[in-house]
Design a protein around this ligand. Structure first.
Ligand code: PLP
Length: 392
């Protein structure tokens, strides 16, 4: 399993942004390398943003953007209204709004605001954790293949990234991960549901894992996609934090709440952990007053969230049927994306889909190519099906 999953590699690893990259002759690497392109004024390691900007400039006709696990059904009307209402006072710093949001989240999760660290999405918090837990040559343990935004950054800060292969059914191998913990371990990163496989680990097993492993090192459970499960309250590891364990739960509004562009996320952990990690952040000041107001309002619209969930499940069933009809297997999904093995080179598959106006992502795992397709609106899933039938 070799392909890595992070935002920098996003566009490098696939022609994600529909016609955009296809129009640009050659790969994103070429773009980064070519001074003639002139649009890129940053270093290659900062390439993600620029590539995205370049792609965005060049993709007027994308039919289905199914490459970033976004939720096209959000944000809710109440969240949009809250943004409008908050605009008039948006010349002020968001101190009060952040305090309201922090208290609201604490209420919602059944903890105190001393257990909460806010930021503009979880990404800046994952970076903070990469910095903190990699200090002094410590290691970060993660599954392979899993969301690697945090662990892949560990070496930048002097740490080591230890990758532990998944089980044969594409789940994180908790036993094998536990066996890797030693006195050099800074953090164990568990993504549940896991990205890109959309699998979940057994909840009791994870509870036992958290209890034992958190006595030796810090455990992070990234629950970005937990709201897509039928029983998130039973699967969350929030209880481990409440029980005083050295566990960090990462949550984002980017998925079921539809806030990927608004940017709001948080960690829930012991107050000491929050204090230590907050030193690497702007303590919530990265969140605008408008986003804070929208997040507070979004919590109140449970019927809207249920509807988004229902539409996601309908689109997912349609995708499953499409794949079955074309003779493809897939990994049953517990999130808003599906991973399935393809019969073509990943890069070529991405390019062909992209030419047809459909953005997806591909991975190589155990020398096999896989496609990850995000669940979108029904018209987007139809666009995926039309393109897929032509090349499958
Ligand atoms: N965690 C996981 C597992 C993700 O898949 C993502 C984004 O796709 C994130 C965290 C980051 O989300 P955000 O920064 O939008 O909150």
């Amino acid at each position: 399993m070799s392909n890595s999953l992070n935002r920098r590699n996003w566009i490098k690893s696939s022609a994600v942004m529909a016609g955009g990259l296809a129009l640009l002759s050659g790969t994103a690497e070429k773009l980064v390398a070519a001074p003639a392109a002139k649009k890129l004024t940053v270093l290659p390691e900062e390439a993600f943003l620029s590539e995205a900007q370049v792609a965005a400039q060049n993709v007027p006709d994308m039919k289905a953007r199914l490459n970033a696990n976004e939720n096209p059904f959000g944000p809710s009307p109440a969240a949009k209204k809250a943004i409008e209402d908050a605009l008039a006072d948006s010349f002020r710093y968001p101190f009060e709004s952040l305090s309201v949001l922090s208290n609201k989240i604490a209420d919602h999760e059944g903890v105190t605001s001393r257990n909460i660290l806010l930021s503009s999405g979880t990404s800046p918090l994952l970076l903070a954790a990469a910095m903190h837990y990699s200090k002094d040559g410590k290691s970060v343990i993660s599954g392979e293949t899993s969301y690697d935004d945090l662990p892949s950054k560990s070496p930048r800060f002097g740490g080591t990234w230890i990758k532990v292969p998944m089980t044969a059914d594409f789940k994180l191998d908790l036993d094998a991960m536990e066996a890797k913990v030693d006195d050099k371990t800074g953090l164990v990163y568990i993504c549940n549901p896991n990205n890109p496989t959309a699998t979940v680990v057994d909840v009791n097993k994870l509870k036992g894992f958290c209890e034992r492993v958190s006595k030796k090192t810090t455990v992070m459970v990234d629950e970005a996609y937990i709201d897509y499960l039928p029983n998130p309250d039973q699967v969350t590891m929030m209880g481990a934090v409440k029980a005083g364990q050295n566990v960090i739960v990462a949550r984002t509004f980017s998925k079921l709440y539809g806030f990927a562009g608004l940017r709001c996320g948080y960690f829930v952990a012991q107050p000491d952990t929050i204090r230590a990690l907050s030193a690497y952040t702007s303590q919530g000041m990265a969140i605008s007053a408008t986003t804070a107001a929208a997040a507070v309002a979004a919590y109140q619209e449970t019927a809207f969230l249920q509807d988004a969930l229902k539409k996601t499940l309908e689109s997912k069933e349609f995708l499953y049927a499409t794949l079955k009809k074309e003779g493809y297997d897939y990994i049953p999904s517990s999130a808003n994306f599906v991973l399935f093995p393809i019969k073509m080179d990943g890069r070529q598959f991405s390019t062909e889909m992209s030419k047809r106006g459909v953005g997806i992502r591909t991975w190589k795992m155990n020398d096999k190519d896989y496609c990850r397709v995000s669940i979108g609106r029904m018209d987007e899933m139809q666009a995926f099906a039309d393109a897929f039938k032509q090349i499958s």
